[in-house]
Design a protein around this ligand. Sequence first.
Ligand code: FES
Ligand code: FES
Length: 151
Amino acid sequence: MSFNLNGQSHDIPPDWADEPLLFLLREHFALTGAKFGCGVGICGACTIIIDGLPARACITRAGDVDGLSVRTIEGLAERDALHPVQQAWLDFGVPQCGYCQAGQIMAAVALLVQVPDLSDDDIDVAMDGNLCRCGTYPRIRAAIMSAAERV
Ligand code: FES
Ligand code: FES
C-alpha cells in the first residue's frame, strides 16, 4: 500500500493500515499540524484534504488512502511562499489558542477550490463542522473572503 503525501509517494506500513490516518500522520510521519480533538469526526481539528476534498483524519482508516493523494497543512506552503489562505490567516490575525486552526485552514483551502466565488452563506455552511472554542469565526470568515481574492 502506498499514497501520495504532500507531493511525495510513501508506503503505508502494513501494521498501520487499520489505525486512524491521523495517528499515521502524526506518529509515523511526524506531521503534527492536524490535531486530535474529539476523535469521532465532529470537531474538525484533524481536517486534511484527500483527493481534493476535506476529510476527517481521525475517522479515516490509514489503509483506506491507498492510492490516494493526501495533503496536510505542512504541504501548503511552497518553499518560503505561504499559501494564500495561510497568508490571509496571518493578515487577519485569525488564531487565538491555535488548536483548531490547521483544520480550519485545510477546510478553507478545500472550499476555495470547490467554490471559488464565495458568499458568506457558502462559508458558514462549509465551515460549520470546524469548531473553534476561542470563537474566531468572524476572523475566519474575513480571512477566507480575502483569500478568495488571491487564489
Ligand atoms: S479530531 Fe477529528 S473531527 Fe475531531
Ligand atoms: S483558536 Fe482556539 S480553538 Fe480555535
